[in-house]
Structure formats: C-alpha cells, structure tokens
Design a protein around this ligand. Structure first.
Ligand code: HEM
Length: 511
C-alpha cells in the first residue's frame, strides 16, 4: 500500500512540470484533432475512467465522440485515439493499420518480457516481424495446432472427469482455468501437473504487476523510474524475472538435451523455437542482423504465448457457459446439435473433425466473443507516424484503443445487439458471413490487421472441445432458487474481463 502514497506524492510534485511540458507539446499540434471531453490538468481524462475502461470509453464516445466513431483522450501523459464503431474500425484497419501497428512503451511489460523481446509488447520493427513470423508460420501453424489434438482431447476428458466428481456448485472458474492452463503449458513446454501449477502462480504474479494505471502512464520516463524504484516495484519486476528464470531455465536445458526433431509427436513450442534457432544459425553463419533467438528471446516468447493464451481462453469459456445457462433455448439447441453429431458416443469420444462440423457451436462461440471479448479494448496500439483519419490529424506517438466491446454492440452493425442470439451467424441470419478472423470489422475480439492475434487457430478448438465435453456430458442447473434471468452477467475489471460473480452451476451427469 505504501508505494501508492509515494506515487501520490511524486504525482503532486511533478504535476506542474508535466502539465507545462504537456501544454508546450500541445501547442505544437496545429491540425484539427478529434473531439475530447473537458480535461483536468495533469490527469487529462484519467479521472473519467472507471475500472471497466471499455464501458467508460463507450459512455464518453456516446457523449463526445464523432459520428464517425472517433474520440481523442489524454490519459495521463498518453494521447489516445479511441475507436468505438465498426465503420471507424474498418477505416483504421484498411487505411492506417501500418501507422498504428506499434505498442506504447510500458515499463512493467517491457521488463517482464526481457526487454520487449516477445511479440505482444514489441514495438513495430524487424524483431517483432521475425518473432511474429516464427509464431504464425511455425509455432502456431495450422499443422502444429492440429498436432496438439491429443493434448486437447486428453485435457477436455480430464475436465469432464473433474466435473463428474463434483456435485455442488463448485469452483468452475478454477476448473476452466486449470483446463486452459494445462492445454497451453503442455503445448508450450510439454509441462504438466505441478509444473503447470507453478506456471499459474507465475502468471498471476506477472499479471498483478502489469494491471492498472502505471507510473509511466502519468510521469515522464525518469520520474516514473524513480517512483518505481522508491516504491519497490522495480525490485518486484526483477524478482519476478528471477522466478521465471528459475522455472524456465531447467525446462529449456532439458529441451536442448532432448533435441526433438521436426515432426516428432511430442514437439512443443519450445522445441520448435530451439529448432528454428539452430536452422538460423546454420543459414546465417553468425550474421543474425541483430536478431537471434537468444535464450532470453525464446523464454520471452514462451512466457508471451502462455500468458496470451491461458486466461483469455478460460475467461471466454466461463462467459460461454454463463450465456448458455442464461439462455436455456440456446443451451437446448446446442445440446441437440452435439447429441445428434455424437450419435450415441460419450463426450470424450467425439473427435475434432466432428466438432468442426458443428455450426451452432461455432455460432455460440462467435456470439460469446462478440458480447464478451476477453480483451475488450484489445492491446493498446501506438502510431509511429502522423496520420489523417477521417479528416482529423492524429500526431505520431498517439496510443490507439479499439473498443472491440463497443464495436460488438454497435447498433449500426448488429440487430438487437444486446441479445445473445447465435442464430445471427447461421445461414439466413444477418451476420451469416461474419467471422472473427480479421476481415469483418464489426467482430474484432482478436483484433485485425498486422497485430491480429496469431493464436486464433489454437484458441478455437480449445474452447470448442471443452464446451462439447461440458454440454454433452451434463445437464447444467442453477443453484436452488435461481432462475435463468438471475444469472449475473456483469463484469469485473482486469487484464481480461471475467464475470464479476464467478459462475456457480450444478452439473447433473447425463449418463
Ligand atoms: C479466446 C482466446 C483469445 C483471445 C480473445 C485473444 C485476443 C487477442 C487480442 C485482442 C490481441 C491483441 C490484438 C491487437 O493488438 O490488436 C491478441 C494478441 C495476441 N495473442 Fe491472442 N487471444 C486469444 C488467444 C490466444 C492464444 C491461444 C495465443 C497463443 C497460443 C495468443 C497469442 C497472442 C499473441 C502472441 C498476441 C500478440 C500479437 C502481436 O502483438 O502482434 N492469443 N490476442
């Protein structure tokens, strides 16, 4: 707690200096800027933000934004363009994607990613491009994702068995997180069991350090560093990296000793990265153009993939289950589709090929991601050049929030946007042709353009295999005295946005 006091003191001391600096900067911007609400010195519009940022941004857009879907905010020292409609997103992605394809520098994220050596936090540049290519073309290629089918099937079966053992409205959130954590860590490092538990703890620690308003959101770099140092945050970053090192170094050494070959059944993300490193070393004979898959980079990428994949997927699963029990007719239709496809088989015997043919299930997943994108404002982008967006001049180094949550509810793009109605994605529905893979800008839970999530192909079967197991294996009842209309669909703040009240359901075994 005490570091907040220091932070507050530093904030006051530096307020005048920063305010002056900010205003000097402002006077240099000559062009027409998008509209903004009235602001306060130093904080800009930070005081208008609630912990549910996407909701505050949506409210401000309705009040002050342009008809074209743009709003400009000053969040501490970060000038931020907010995009809140599908037409504005289409314009941004089609015409300005490259200009806004970088990331703002956030000290915590930088430090915890071995100096932004990962994909998610790396600024636009060669290192990011090569990391991303390694991920998309090799680590997360369709062939590699397919190779983890047995891992998904085994973990989905373990989830079903776990649920079978619990009669009461138990900790579903923990079970769902355990499932995605196990699939992801097995795919990333081959690790399972206690190792996955340790990873869960490490992820939790890292998440708590990057969440919320950071000193460098408010203060110039040097001042922010002083605040972090005085408050002990800098040390916490270092300690967290030491913990990751202790965890990952032996796993990496083990992988280097085993040297699995391409095509080996057990080849995981870390094996692939180490093999790519060997191939690059041979090809480039030491000429790595400043980029190499160093130990630090491999570790940073592994942490990145595990962090990006685990909670996003488990949070989405919990939302899907919540919407299904809140909408019994949708649940019944989904059960009917799965039962028909299963043709008498138990949930654990249903294959991914059969799941791939379940259209209503795909529609349920899309509808869940439309209303409940796990990262409602995506991951902040930053511009590297000035851009003219809808006639407004947006200076270089402007952060960009794409409000995927608001876009998924944009009344210009969706009929009855607040309704959970998967049928809209079926043939004949108004969104039959709409998908979340980056070309339909009204549905962007994974983003679009250059920074689109490279893990979509990995995430979808993880979500669908779990849902098939849970829906086919059990009838789900609400705790005594609760009706479908009582399911609380409000949100809690965080790096991802889970249900505010963890879902409580009673599973009734079907067999
Ligand atoms: C339901 C599950 C998931 C959701 C909703 C999700 C969503 C997102 C979003 C919104 C972004 C930011 C896009 C942007 O900046 O515009 C992102 C980036 C990313 N995601 Fe995912 N994701 C999911 C699962 C995964 C999985 C399974 C993986 C990997 C196995 C993954 C790896 C990444 C990476 C590496 C990035 C950074 C991309 C970059 O900066 O270039 N994600 N994801």
């Amino acid at each position: 707690m005490y570091h907040y006091v220091f932070l507050a003191a530093a904030v006051v001391l530096l307020a005048v200096v920063t305010y002056n600096a900010k205003n000097r900067g402002r006077r240099r911007i000559d062009g027409k800027l998008p509209p903004s609400p009235p602001s306060l010195p130093f904080l800009g519009h930070l005081h208008l933000m609630s912990p549910l940022l996407h909701r505050s941004l949506h409210d401000l857009h309705l009040r002050y934004g342009t008809d074209g879907g743009l709003l400009l905010l000053q969040l501490g020292r970060r000038r931020t363009l907010v995009v809140s409609t599908s037409s504005a997103a289409a314009d941004l992605y089609r015409r300005h994607d490259l200009a806004f394809a970088s990331r703002p520098h956030v000290a915590a994220a930088h430090k915890l990613s071995y100096g932004s050596r990962n994909i998610s936090f790396a600024p636009l540049g060669d290192a990011w491009r090569r990391n991303r290519k390694a991920a998309s073309a090799h680590v997360l290629s369709p062939r590699r994702v397919a190779s983890f089918a047995t891992v998904r099937a085994a973990e989905a079966a373990a989830l079903v068995a776990d649920v079978r053992g619990r009669a009461a409205a138990a900790k579903w959130r923990g079970l769902l997180y355990g499932y995605t954590n196990a699939v992801v860590t097995r795919a990333a490092t081959g690790a399972a069991g206690t190792t996955a538990e340790k990873l869960k703890q490490l992820l939790g620690n890292a998440t708590s350090l990057v969440a919320g308003v950071q000193a460098d959101d408010l203060l110039p770099d040097v001042a922010a560093r002083v605040v972090r140092w005085v408050t002990g945050l800098e040390k916490k970053f270092d300690d967290t990296i030491v913990e990751w090192e202790k965890f990952l170094s032996p796993i990496m050494a083990d992988h280097m000793a085993k040297k699995r070959k391409e095509g080996d059944e057990e080849e995981n993300f870390m094996d692939v990265l180490l093999r790519l490193r060997e191939e690059e070393e041979k090809e480039e004979e030491g000429n790595t153009n400043g980029f190499e898959l160093s130990d630090a980079r491999v570790k940073s990428l592994i942490i990145d993939l595990i962090s990006a994949a685990t909670e996003t997927t488990s949070v989405t699963l919990e939302w899907a289950m919540a919407e299904l029990v809140a909408n019994p007719s949708v649940m019944a239709k989904l059960q009917e589709e799965i039962t028909r496809s299963a043709n008498g088989k138990p949930a654990t015997a249903i294959t991914e090929t059969e799941v791939a043919a379940m259209d209503y299930l795909h529609a349920v997943v899309k509808e869940t991601l439309r209303l409940h994108p796990a990262a409602p404002i995506l991951v902040p982008h930053q511009s590297t050049t000035a851009a003219i967006v809808q006639g407004y001049e947006i200076p270089s180094k402007t952060s960009l929030f794409i409000n995927a949550w608001a876009i998924g509810r944009d009344p210009a793009a969706w009929d009855s946007p607040e309704e959970f109605r998967p049928e809209r994605f079926l043939p004949g529905g108004e969104a039959a042709a709409v998908d979340f893979r980056g070309s339909d800008y009204q549905l962007v839970p994974f983003g679009a353009g250059r920074r689109i999530c490279p893990g979509i192909n990995f995430a979808v079967p993880v979500l669908e295999m779990a849902l098939v197991g849970l829906i086919h294996g059990f009838d789900w009842e609400l705790p005594a005295g609760m009706a479908a209309a009582d399911v609380d669909l409000s949100e809690a703040p965080g790096l991802t946005t889970p249900l505010r009240v963890p879902l409580r359901l009673v599973p009734k075994c079907k067999t």
